[in-house]
Design a protein around this ligand. Structure first.
Ligand code: SDX
Length: 429
């Protein structure tokens, strides 16, 4: 009868160790028992970038990268994008169940009551140059929010914790919009709580002189779907940052600022901005073969392609590609879409990309839609951070309530100088 375990023979000592297999993983604590001398530390694992390491148990999001599957609490992303809303999906990933009508109405009302930010935040924003990158402003302001809500440090007070969760989800659109208005030198637009979550966000971004902003229903719905698609993605770089910083019991605003900083990177949430820059550089369909050659020569990456987990088409990219047509019917077709479509067609037939299982990811088409909707390119990472804040805060809460979790403190392999005596400066060189 086969046993759900590994038998590891240490050839240095001839000893055999039985290591149980749980959830298709082995707990590395058993490796510490494998040692030559009783006083040895025992074996550690070495896994730079955690490519092959599970850092937690979670019930929020499931990804099957080989088959291009993404589910939130068991609900396929395709069904949530088709039938749910961003706030309902945010409720789902925080409570692990879809809300009843009353629960959803209360949830929406509670978040709506937290859309305003302290007036001092405007003064904080005034400190940024007109050309400050909006993601830099977003990261800084998220951290600053922790100073306005000192009770956020009481992370084990359930009622206060829920209040910070509502504040973070409710306020990030306002912070984002204020950052945008600052870069444009335009007056801040306060939340209009009679609008939907996304409608109000568009209001705070784009309202000019009209008495009341009326979001275009097709664009409002398209952005709501984009927010659903970006809400969570298990242990991506920024969510892991949220968990690691949160593991020291820092307040959730400070942890979210760290997560947003991770998302800022061009390999992560900055990729959709990099895709637009790449399409600008390619310039026309005729230049695609030459660009593909430079990528294959290792002189650059095809931004918006590839994924650490998806070795198949990112299901979110498929949905976004369909959404593009609906948006372009309203805004007019983005000419770069033709370059993107041809780039995808060529890449998916090219052995270099096939061999490395590189497919379009969530960032490949999203930037084209954002651009068509009037968002500046450098604002795209902020559009990723707004919905992903709900994912970050859901993982943060799961982590601090997980009895198996404690402060993150990995080990290392030391390959530096061995012990040596201090040399006075007069005798150096
Ligand atoms: C997001 O983790 C998440 O879930 C993230 C995310 C989320 O929702 O949170 O899904 C959002 O961040 C999507 C990814 C957006 N980033 C990009 O589009 C940037 C371009 N992509 C790559 O930088 C890369 O694909 C990563 C960073 C996304 C994944 O990198 P991995 O898993 O570390 O893979 P790798 O760098 O080891 O690549 C394996 C091979 C390498 O070639 P060889 O050294 O084997 O010859 O594939 C090549 C890489 O050079 N490769 C690419 C490529 N991505 C990988 N070659 C050209 N173009 C690319 N885009």
């Amino acid at each position: 009868m086969s046993k759900n375990s590994l038998s590891i023979t240490d050839n240095r000592t001839g000893k055999i160790y039985e290591v149980p297999i749980e959830n298709e993983t082995i707990n590395t604590k058993y490796l510490r028992e494998i040692k030559i001398n009783p006083t040895d530390l025992g074996l550690l694992t070495y896994d730079p970038a955690f490519v092959n390491t599970s850092i937690c148990k979670s019930t929020i999001t499931y990804i099957d990268g080989d088959n291009g599957i993404l589910e939130h609490c068991g609900y396929p992303i395709e069904e949530l994008a088709e039938q749910s809303t961003f706030l309902e999906t945010a409720y789902l990933i925080l409570h692990r169940q879809l809300p009843t009508k009353n629960e959803l109405d209360k949830w929406i009302n509670d978040i709506t009551l937290h859309t305003f930010i302290h007036e001092n935040v405007k003064k904080l924003m005034e400190g940024f140059r007109y050309d400050a990158h909006p993601m830099g402003m977003f990261v800084s302001t998220l951290a600053a929010l922790s100073t306005f809500y000192p009770e956020a440090k009481l992370i084990f007070d359930e009622e206060l914790r829920r209040k910070q969760i509502l504040r973070l989800i409710g306020k990030v659109p306002t912070v984002a919009a204020f950052a945008y208005r600052h870069t444009k030198g335009m007056p801040y637009v306060y939340p209009d709580n009679d609008l939907s979550f996304v409608g109000n966000y568009l209001n705070m971004m784009f309202k000019i002189a009209e008495l009341r902003y009326k979001p275009h229903p097709v664009l409002e719905k398209a952005l709501d779907i984009l927010f659903i698609l970006h809400i969570d993605h298990e242990q991506n770089c920024s969510t892991t940052a949220m968990r690691v910083v949160g593991s020291s019991h820092a307040d959730p605003f400070s942890a979210a600022a760290a997560a947003a900083a991770a998302l800022y990177g061009p390999l992560h949430g900055g990729a959709n901005e990099a895709v637009l820059t790449m399409l600008d550089q390619i310039g026309s369909i005729n230049n695609i073969p030459q660009f593909i050659k430079t990528v294959k020569d290792g002189k650059g990456k095809l931004m918006g392609f590839g994924h650490r987990v998806y070795k198949n088409y990112d299901p979110r990219a498929r949905i976004i590609k369909k959404l593009a047509d609906q948006v372009f019917d309203i805004t007019g077709r983005n000419p770069k879409l033709e370059i993107a479509l041809e780039l995808e067609r060529i890449a998916l037939q090219d052995e270099y990309f096939i061999k490395r299982k590189l497919y379009p990811n969530v960032d490949f088409y999203s930037g084209l839609i954002y651009k068509a909707m009037g968002f500046p390119t450098d604002f795209f990472p902020v559009l990723f951070a707004i919905p992903r804040t709900a994912g970050w805060i859901s993982h943060w809460q799961e982590m601090i309530l997980d009895p198996e979790q404690k402060i993150a403190r990995p080990r290392q392999i030391y390959l530096g100088s061995q012990k040596r005596k201090y040399t006075p400066i007069s005798r150096r060189g």
